[in-house]
Design a protein around this ligand. Structure first.
Ligand code: SF4
Ligand code: SF4
Length: 430
């Protein structure tokens, strides 16, 4: 399916000032997972930026080929880390996706699914809860085991995707919204916890562990009522209008001035929350509030490493490797803080694996929309874990945890996969 429209529309377009910083040096190419997979210039950062430029100049059609190359991008931002010219590729690709969303007519099924997920599901906590209950029924009723056992999933080409489904919690985190959890001992900080969307039905225990770890280190934790999805998934998908509405709701739910920090345990969310100022833009009525809010956002590991751990930690004899979540390492430039926390746990041996900061293939919904490429990247990742000889993989993002757990299962490995905060929580309660 092609579009006959050339050029970008004015709102949310890749800006000349941003893409013109690319000097075509190619130093990013070997840091780009999709270029390394296929060796195709059009699937490299430089090639994608060039295509944006040609469309902006009216020399290339915004059609199927462009959409394919932009869809194949992980938005992992490894190219940003590698780029000596300071090209903010994440900004460019999200703007390109916004243009695609506005101008390009995707196939009907794709349009229906995207509309359902981004516009009708993610913005509504009650619908996320309802969908999660259905999924929990599927997982708990024996239907999942039946579907796997009979080979139906394999026949439908859904076997890998089914493995990526989160295990739905028995007790959702939504019940904790609006509560305040006191600091243990003298209060060192007052923080707000940003609890995520899907995380509230699939990573409730991670959120609870985050609260306990913060409390144990002298933080009063408020879980603001009325918070919703951060908007990362819609923003990465090109639906910036949805992302903006979600940002406005979160800004109304959480007055940043009341807190020393706004904490998230999801690197993908943190990256977007820190960019609310950019998302809302200078002319938006909420821009100033977004600037203050964004300045207070901290990844849980970033905050704790800076605050300093005071809670006693008991030994955990474990050889672990750390997988950098892209939106922490490349999106937020945080690499040392989680490693510092891991090393703080007595008995834990941190072994670095090769390509620790290369995407595991999770990348939001990439593992669902581009499953083949995602699984290839996952296989590379599990090879690196195996070579490192780690007993456990520690990471900083719920999406990476799901992907890595699937990788361990698919490749017949036995490593435990856990969040850095879960490791700390375990050491505190061991
Ligand atoms: S490293 Fe930066 S300047 Fe060089 S080609 Fe890549 S994006 Fe362009
Ligand atoms: S964001 Fe990741 S996949 Fe996309 S061009 Fe940059 S390095 Fe490649």
């Amino acid at each position: 399916m092609t579009s006959t429209i050339s050029g970008f529309t004015e709102i949310d377009k890749p800006e000349y000032a941003d893409y013109a910083r690319c000097v075509h040096c190619g130093l990013c190419l070997n840091h780009c997972s999709t270029y390394r997979l296929w060796g195709n210039e059009a699937d490299s950062p430089r090639g994608r930026i060039r295509q944006m430029q040609l469309i902006d100049e009216g020399q290339l059609e915004l059609g199927e080929r462009f959409v394919t190359h932009i869809d194949r991008c992980l938005d992992c931002r490894a190219c940003e880390t590698a780029c000596p010219s300071g090209v903010e590729y994440g900004k460019l690709v999200e703007a390109a996706r916004a243009q695609i969303e506005r101008q390009y007519k995707r196939p009907l099924v794709s349009r229906l699914v995207r509309d359902f997920v981004y516009r009708r599901l993610l913005p509504y906590p009650s619908r996320i809860a309802a969908a999660a209950r259905v999924l929990r029924l599927y997982q708990g009723s024996g239907l999942a085991a039946f579907a796997r056992g009979t080979g139906i999933l394999k026949l439908l080409g859904l076997r890998d995707r089914e493995r990526l489904l989160p295990k739905i919690d028995s007790s959702f985190f939504f019940g904790e919204l609006g509560k305040t959890f006191p600091a243990r001992g003298a209060r060192r900080a007052r923080v707000a916890l940003f609890a995520g969307c899907v995380a509230q039905v699939a990573f409730s225990e991670l959120n609870r562990a985050t609260i306990r770890v913060l409390q144990a280190n002298g933080c009063e934790v408020v879980v603001p009522a009325g918070q919703v999805c951060c908007g990362a998934l819609p923003a990465h998908g090109g639906l910036r209008d949805v992302a903006r509405d979600l940002a406005r709701t979160n800004l109304a739910a959480c007055d940043a001035g009341d807190f020393d920090a706004i904490i998230t345990n999801a690197a993908g969310c943190g990256s977007t929350l820190k960019e609310y100022e950019h998302l809302l833009g200078g002319s938006d009525a909420g821009h100033d509030r977004a600037r203050v809010f964004a300045s207070k956002v901290r990844d849980a590991s970033e905050f704790l490493a800076e605050l300093g751990l005071t809670a006693p930690l008991r030994p955990i004899p474990l050889r672990v490797t750390y997988q950098d979540s892209c939106h922490l390492a490349h999106g937020q430039r945080i690499r040392e803080a989680p490693r510092k926390l891991i090393r703080a746990v007595p008995g834990v041996e941190l072994v670095e694996m090769q390509l620790a900061d290369q995407c595991c293939g999770s990348a939001g919904v990439y593992n669902v929309t581009q499953t083949k490429a995602s699984m290839e990247l996952l296989a590379l990742k599990t090879d690196c874990v195996r070579e490192a000889g780690a007993q456990a993989i520690v990471t900083s993002n719920p999406g990476c945890i799901l992907q890595l757990r699937a990788g361990v299962a698919i490749h017949g490995m036995n490593q435990e996969v856990l969040h850095v905060i879960e490791l700390l929580g375990r050491a505190m309660s061991a």
